[in-house]
Design a protein around this ligand. Sequence first.
Ligand code: HEC
Length: 147
Amino acid sequence: MKNYRYALTAIAAALLVAASTSTWAHKEKHTAEQLQAFEDVFLEQVKLGDALFHGDPAAVKQMGVTLSETGMACAMCHPFAADIHPHEFPKFQEHMNEFATLRDMINWCIEKPSQGEKISSDSQAMKALEAYIYWSNRNSKLDPGRH
Ligand code: HEC
């Protein structure tokens, strides 16, 4: 029993040392300039995603994608990214009849209601759409699997 207690104390002490030397998290705080630079990169993606979501011809051409062949942009069915629910993914998606990620569902909407051409999951256009959709739904509580 005593040995067991010693072992526990030793583990606790080791964890404390590990935590104080902070091997798991960021050691140094970011500077204000770094934070601004990160924010700038993020917002640039949000802006591009916003343009794609609204079917902006210049952005669509620049990315070389065909998101819609019906003349309907995402924003016409999802004004202000409504009914997109990014915080619920991954989840079983009834329309796809499978367990889906947000990117899977973006592609479903490109192919089905929009009759466009599916984009690669790790393409710049997908990242930008995702950035815009998450940004529009910021402050939503993460609730994966929910409907
Ligand atoms: C013609 C209308 C229409 C257009 C255009 C459209 N969608 Fe949708 N979208 C829908 C419908 C209908 C659903 C299914 C709603 C549901 O599951 O309740 C949906 C659902 C979604 C969902 C999943 C919501 C959920 O909770 O499961 C995502 C993500 C999505 N759309 C993204 C997009 C994106 C990105 C575009 C543009 C490339 C787009 N949609 C264009 C009609 C549209």
